[in-house]
Design a protein around this ligand. Sequence first.
Ligand SMILES: Cc1cc2nc3c(=O)[nH]c(=O)nc-3n(C[C@H](O)[C@H](O)[C@H](O)COP(=O)(O)OP(=O)(O)OC[C@H]3O[C@@H](n4cnc5c(N)ncnc54)[C@H](O)[C@@H]3O)c2cc1C
Ligand code: SF4
Ligand code: SF4
Length: 426
Amino acid sequence: MSEKSVLVIGAGVTGIQAALDVANQGIKTYLVEKTPSVGGHMAQLDKTFPTLDCSACILTPKMVDVARHPNIELLTYSEVKEVSGAAGDFTVKIETKPRYIDATKCTGCGHCALHCPVEVLNDFDENIGVRRAIYVPFPQAVPLVYTIDMDNCIECELCKNICEAEAVNFDQESEEIEVNVGSIILATGYDLFDATKLKNYGYGSYDNVLSSLEFERLLSASGPAGGHVFRLSDGKIPRRIAFLQCVGSRDTEHGMPYCSRVCCMYAIKNAILAKDHIHGGCETTIFYIDVRAFGKGFEEFYQNSQIRFGVKFVRGKVGEIAEDVDTNNLIVRVEDTETGQLFEDEFDMVVLSSGLVPSQGSAEINKILNLPIDQYGFFEELNRISPVDTKIEGVYMAGVCESVKDIPDGVGQASAAAMRASLKAI
Ligand SMILES: Cc1cc2nc3c(=O)[nH]c(=O)nc-3n(C[C@H](O)[C@H](O)[C@H](O)COP(=O)(O)OP(=O)(O)OC[C@H]3O[C@@H](n4cnc5c(N)ncnc54)[C@H](O)[C@@H]3O)c2cc1C
Ligand code: SF4
Ligand code: SF4
């Protein structure tokens, strides 16, 4: 091998941190991300618990750093296709999909999207907002290069005609490169539990039952409504919002016995933020089994949510949600396990605190690497005192692909994985 090098797969906050830490040691780093932009789920969040820092404000500088770093080769819209060799000498084939845009010419001006006649749901906005067939997933995307979504493009060529930079190229093809690296870091993150599996909550049938990530996008200033919270059924402002905990977590019936660790805190965060975002006020109630406030500043955050912001807590797992067909309001049926009382309450909106599951992207990369996984699909650590080592020498991991964790824990693990990977980058 001619130079020390490391491959990082997945460019959420964890992969970004790992890539920066490796590259800052003077080691050549390939950062591969399957979507058009780096950022992962953190880019979708409005604020982060327990400090309520603006998510984009702390993440965007790191996103820009990976794109500008002289030692990082950023390969977005790309996937690893083949890995061979062993620690210290892996050969990796990476495919970059065609954006149909010349990245060296695109200025990110967005004129093309203003003229594109095709509107489709934006999956970055959890399909609440829309984008054009030529798009960037969100305004702070890195790289700020547009992509044509050929599944929806009607090839009218309006974008091509309007683009002064002559960046649109319908003949672009996928490209494959082969790189030689000493070690690999996996940072392939998570997907949200699919709440349509729980028929009793009506998710997917009732417009005003939202997933937590949908609610994050409603809260976000760069989201589909500029941070204004509204009901999807009629656009009205919700005045009573319920948050349901442990949806697809601690649920043996649906094969999801583990605790997703971040949902208690993100629900408290969003219950506070809803009050802040909704002019004229709103009441927020969290239905929980027990509140797990284990991290730094979490217990204080939980206490403050009640004392300072008036968030209500009801101990009890909701059995069922029914919809009032006239108002699209939601009737929540629950047993208060503190009083033993069964009761119903009506809300304008319900937000499901869905659990985190291993990503489809982790399963895809594991078809190539064939790493041991646990019973849920998270990558297994070598042993309990080697939490970033996988069972293949030279392959490390960080973030939620290993187990559910919050951002600070994922970033800490990223720095550890970067150190371990750097030692093998010879
Ligand atoms: C609603 C909600 C709110 C939350 N709020 C907070 C909060 O306030 N504070 C907090 O600390 N935590 C919060 N979390 C948790 C936080 O989102 C995660 O801890 C963090 O985003 C995990 O980062 P990650 O990089 O490990 O994974 P991800 O963000 O999932 O990133 C993984 C990246 O890898 C890419 N990828 C996947 N597979 C492949 C592949 N095969 N090839 C190439 N690329 C691939 C993905 O496209 C993605 O970009 C929240 C979670 C949810 C669901
Ligand atoms: S493709 Fe052309 S019009 Fe569209 S953002 Fe890039 S430079 Fe602007
Ligand atoms: S060619 Fe496709 S991407 Fe370009 S404007 Fe027409 S529909 Fe939109």
